[in-house]
Design a binder for this molecule. Structure first.
Ligand code: NAI
Length: 288
């Protein structure tokens, strides 16, 4: 029987949580969005409204459908309230094992036995996140890409304790979201982050060594290899802090030099140059 989703909880209303909540509501699901900082929730809703409005302006979405999507999203002040009646819970909090374990433990205390739990981690071990849960078999990695409304891929990450129904349910969720799935074994960085981060880190090392300007390095990859976006602009879009955490994690688990974060990256993060979300990274944002 196909997995039926009616209510979804999205935990974490940052860059990814906002996009995932919008995608869930667009799939027709009642979506509850929460964050440890409840004060950011109204602006999360505004940002979803803006993205939907953009789609209406471009003729991609009917105005009445925009209203229906918007009405399906509610903000709530606690993880328990969001998760209690959810069929699917997706966590998109910061990339920190301890924080994610804490969030999932809180979800597990209230969620139904049949609910599917998903983590949007871009690199952490899904198995390690599952290990502490009462029903580890029901956790899966659903790795969305940024910006969620434009990116078609979702990496489904299957850890050793997951069962077949979890895999099937995850596939049906991705299909209902009208996205494309690839199924990957739980291993550091999965398929996409492991490859993508190496390219990004090497590009930063090249800036550090004065090989070329960020714009020229990006252009080389965009025009020479047909990537839609160069690795430095992509790092700005993802967030330097997010990528730094991923690099540190990959370096500590895979123990290979190519994952060592460059000094320039650490310095920029320390200075608050996080990319698009802070207004400055390798580029000035919004781009002039
Ligand atoms: P973000 O920093 O924009 O948002 C994280 C949100 O989590 C913040 O609003 C924060 O207040 C909230 N949070 C922190 N601790 C919490 C807790 N205990 N309970 C509830 N909320 C809490 O981060 P972003 O970029 O949205 O990343 C979220 C996750 O998605 C990370 O695991 C990241 O690796 C992953 N990811 C990020 C992508 C990107 O391009 N930014 C792409 C794919 C995955």
């Amino acid at each position: 029987m196909t997995f039926q989703v009616h209510r979804v909880a999205v935990i974490g209303a940052g860059t990814m949580g906002v996009g995932i909540a919008q995608a869930a509501a667009t799939a027709g699901w009642h979506t509850l969005l929460t964050d440890a900082r409840p004060e950011i929730l109204p602006s999360a809703l505004l940002s979803i409204g803006k993205t939907l409005e953009g789609a209406v302006t471009r003729g991609k979405l009917a105005a009445d459908e925009r209203d229906r999507i918007r009405e399906r999203i509610s903000i709530v002040n606690s993880i328990a309230e969001a998760s209690r009646n959810a069929d699917l819970v997706i966590e998109a909090v910061i990339e920190d094992l301890g924080v994610k374990q804490g969030v999932l433990a809180e979800v597990a205390r209230v969620v139904s036995d049949t609910a599917l739990l998903a983590t949007n981690t871009s690199s952490l071990s899904v198995g390690a996140l599952a290990a502490g849960l009462p029903r580890p078999a029901r956790l899966v990695g659903l790795h969305f890409f940024n910006p969620v409304h434009l990116m078609r891929l979702v990496e489904i990450v299957i850890h050793d304790l997951a069962d077949d129904s979890t895999r099937e349910d995850a596939l049906s969720v991705v299909k209902a979201l009208r996205k494309e799935a690839v199924v990957v074994k739980d291993s550091p960085g999965f398929a996409s982050s492991r490859l993508g981060v190496v390219l990004g880190l090497e590009a930063i090392r090249m800036v550090e060594q004065g090989v070329a300007s960020p714009a020229d390095i990006d252009r080389a990859i965009e025009l020479g290899y047909n990537h839609p976006m160069g690795p430095l602009r992509l790092t700005d879009v993802v967030g330097l802090d997010v990528r730094l955490r991923i690099a540190e994690y990959l370096h500590s688990t895979l123990k290979e030099d190519q994952y060592q974060p460059p000094e320039l990256m650490r310095r920029m993060v320390a200075q608050g140059e996080l990319g698009k979300k802070s207004g400055k990274g390798f580029y000035e944002w919004p781009e002039g």
